[in-house]
Design a protein around this ligand. Structure first.
Ligand SMILES: [Cu+2]
Length: 150
């Protein structure tokens, strides 16, 4: 599968990652891969997208938001079951410890796409930018899959 990854470290100045003059780590290095979303079966302006976020650096990486040229807004959301009812709520930040992965997947964390310009068709690719607390944005390509693909 394709893989779009940014290898830029987030903390070019050691001071940005230190506390009280003690250097704890040098850089967060978030890497986003395996982006996918289900095709829209009907005309709808919303959709959920999923991907894997890893941190190959030695500082924590903090995802704070996302955007796409094809959506009015892209939010960080988390689905949860409360008293047997599935609900989702916005999440302000997602922290990934050094060396760890977080999977945005159905039933959990996802990117909530709102105000989509058009329906998502299988085979298409949707560009998404991910924003981090300390560091450059990351580009992620979301591949649109057939509804029954997974
Ligand atoms: Cu959602």
């Amino acid at each position: 599968m394709f893989r779009l990854a940014s290898l830029y470290g987030a903390c070019f100045a050691l001071a940005a990652c230190s506390t009280g003059g003690v250097v704890d780590c040098e850089a967060a290095r978030p890497v986003a891969s395996e982006g996918w979303a289900r095709e829209s079966l009907t005309a709808q302006a919303m959709g959920a997208a999923y991907f894997r976020l890893s941190n190959q650096g030695d500082c924590p990486a903090v995802l704070t938001g996302a955007s796409s040229p094809l959506a009015a807004s892209v939010g960080l959301h988390e689905s949860r079951e409360e008293n047997g009812v599935a609900r989702m709520r916005p999440v302000e930040r997602v922290e990934i410890a050094p060396g760890r992965n977080i999977d945005f997947a159905p039933g959990g964390l996802h990117l909530m796409l709102s105000g989509l310009e058009r329906s998502l068709a299988a085979g298409e690719q949707l560009p998404v930018m991910l924003s981090f607390e300390d560091g450059p944005d990351l580009e992620l390509t979301i591949s649109i899959e057939e509804a029954g693909a997974r």
